[in-house]
Design a protein around this ligand. Structure first.
Ligand SMILES: NC(=O)c1ccc[n+]([C@@H]2O[C@H](COP(=O)([O-])OP(=O)(O)OC[C@H]3O[C@@H](n4cnc5c(N)ncnc54)[C@H](OP(=O)(O)O)[C@@H]3O)[C@@H](O)[C@H]2O)c1
Length: 287
């Protein structure tokens, strides 16, 4: 099977390459080789490679910057998936696309189902939702959309690596305790994408590691496990703060936990608690 991966240098793009199953021929591209926001670039590369499957790991992920950069966010997150869907349709290829918990508005206090009403709070979520709609409109019968949340990896910039750095440098930290979600190791997400690559399912799925946390809970676990594994030399006080005390340009959902039952049932997996996944990621970071 020939699989084309976009956004090869991102967290997911990197982990997809690391976890590619045997027998899969991977063609991975960064934004300079395949710019998904340019239809000519998408058509040229896809019609040349003729993959059986495209996994779109490319996205405009700067959530705060997107608020003042709407055009760029929509070019990558809305037009990009549309161009990919159209190019896939032309050659009969399947498309696996990744979306976000930020399509929800946090008015629920129980996990979001795939059928729940979307209502993004900011430009990033709205642009990602527009991309999903473009895929559904153009390639519903040959595409999978996987919504995920709070992604981190040994590769790239993310909350875990930022926290480890701040914990090594600062005397104490304040971390938001009134936003709840599910942290997700990009390696597990990549393996889920590969599992979807070998089945024929279509439609929208939710994937995250199991369990829920606030950013504060997540930071406390990073410090505990980071110290245990020798990644941190000392422990510092971590104080819970309200999101209102840490204003950001983009409004974030206070609750964005997603129901992942259908996905794990389909994949025949039990799933991993986020703390166990974090522990494995920190082991890799130590190497
Ligand atoms: N990170 C999270 O917490 C999170 C949460 C929920 C959902 N997601 C979704 O999960 C997916 C993977 O996210 P991630 O964390 O792996 O993102 P990431 O680390 O920010 O990587 C995104 C990649 O997309 C590439 N890219 C940007 N514009 C592009 C373009 N026009 N053409 C081709 N490539 C382009 C970037 O490459 P350049 O650097 O070369 O521009 C970058 O390597 C995305 O769909 C994201 O929306 C992420």
């Amino acid at each position: 099977m020939k699989v084309l991966i976009t956004g090869k240098n991102g967290q997911l793009g990197y982990e997809l390459q690391q976890t590619a199953p045997q027998g899969v021929e991977v063609f991975a591209f960064d934004s300079s080789e395949l710019n998904i926001a340019e239809q000519s670039s998408v058509q040229k590369v896809i019609s040349h490679i003729k993959p059986n499957l495209v996994i779109n790991a490319a996205a405009y992920t700067a959530v705060d910057k997107a608020e003042n950069d709407e055009q760029a966010a929509y070019a990558v997150n809305a037009k990009g998936p549309e161009y990919l869907a159209l190019a896939c349709k032309d050659i009969g290829a399947r498309l696996i696309h990744v979306s976000t918990d930020f399509v929800f508005d946090a008015t629920k206090n129980t996990p979001y189902d795939t059928s729940d009403q979307t209502n993004p709070l900011g430009v990033y979520g709205a642009s990602k939702l527009a991309g999903c709609k473009a895929i559904t409109n153009n390639l519903a019968d040959n595409s999978v959309i996987i919504r995920t949340s709070w992604v981190y990896s040994t590769h790239g910039n993310n909350f875990v690596k930022t926290m480890l750095q701040l914990m090594a440098e600062k005397p104490q930290l304040g971390v938001v305790s009134d936003q709840i979600g599910s942290p997700t190791w990009a390696k597990g997400l990549a393996k889920a994408c590969w599992a979807f690559a070998i089945n024929t399912n279509t439609g929208i799925y939710h994937y995250s590691d199991l369990g829920v946390a606030s950013w504060y809970d997540f930071a406390v676990a990073i410090q505990e496990l980071g110290t245990e594994k020798g990644l941190l030399e000392k422990q510092i006080p971590i104080n819970p703060i309200k999101a209102s005390a840490y204003p950001t340009p983009a409004k974030r959902p206070a609750y964005s936990v997603m129901n992942t039952d259908d996905t794990y049932e389909l994949l025949g997996e039990q799933g991993k608690h986020w703390r166990a996944a974090l522990s494995e990621m920190l082991n890799e970071l130590k190497l």
